[in-house]
Design a protein. Sequence first.
Length: 286
Amino acid sequence: MAKGRELKGRIKSVENTRKITRTMEMVATSKMKRAQERVTATRPFATILSEVISSLYSADLAERFPLLRQPATVRRTAVIVLTSNRGLAGGFNSNIIKEARNLIARLGTDNVDVELHVVGRKGLGYFRYVGRKVESSRTDIGDRPTVDDASTLVDALMDRFASGALDAVYVVSAKFRSALSTPPHTEQILPVTPPDRKGPAPDYLLFPSAEAILTELLPAYVRNSVYRALVENEAGFQGAQRTAMKNATDNATDILNVLRRNYNRARQANITQEISEIVGGAAALE
């Protein structure tokens, strides 16, 4: 019955593993719902900001605001890479890192100097492993990112862009479309490029002036872009972890079915052998 005891031990081990993956799936589902609510809440504000900036934008105003400066030649850029602190989420982090590597390689072919700013232990660990210099890193942003987190990430880069030390700033993160779709995404947040105006321009009565409004709105727009990326990245991570843990739970169930079937077969074979031995012993006595 040694094989039966071995199978029983494996069944117990897989059952314990399944309990863990099922619990992690439930936790990720709960966190994903909260993160999805934050994603939904941030999008209308971003849309309104875009519409207002697009309506106020003009070539004359663009020359007065450093954040609207369109450099003739891009020589130095900053890339913010958002990853997670934890794994067990399938290809979530590796897809973001691959997107960042492709962006860095593309900029490199144009002789652009790229400085790297990494959020999350997974991204930081990878770039340190490959020997890539990381200008700054953050591993303290939790599963509920705030506007202050976004400000601390991008404010210094905004100042450097305004002074001409940087020519562009990119954010690489996951784009949350649904629980099953979180593709990597690259967004250029500086210089600010207002979206194309659709339809006739709204007739605004501005107070104070357009200059004063843009002075406040442009930094808020950049911070909001980073905040949205943080929120969508977290929702994408929770969705990817939920999917990974669900697949692990389903696989554990399939393995359990096979192990239990093999255990029952081994047990049945052992019982059959014992009956045969008893019958054989009784026949010998006769």
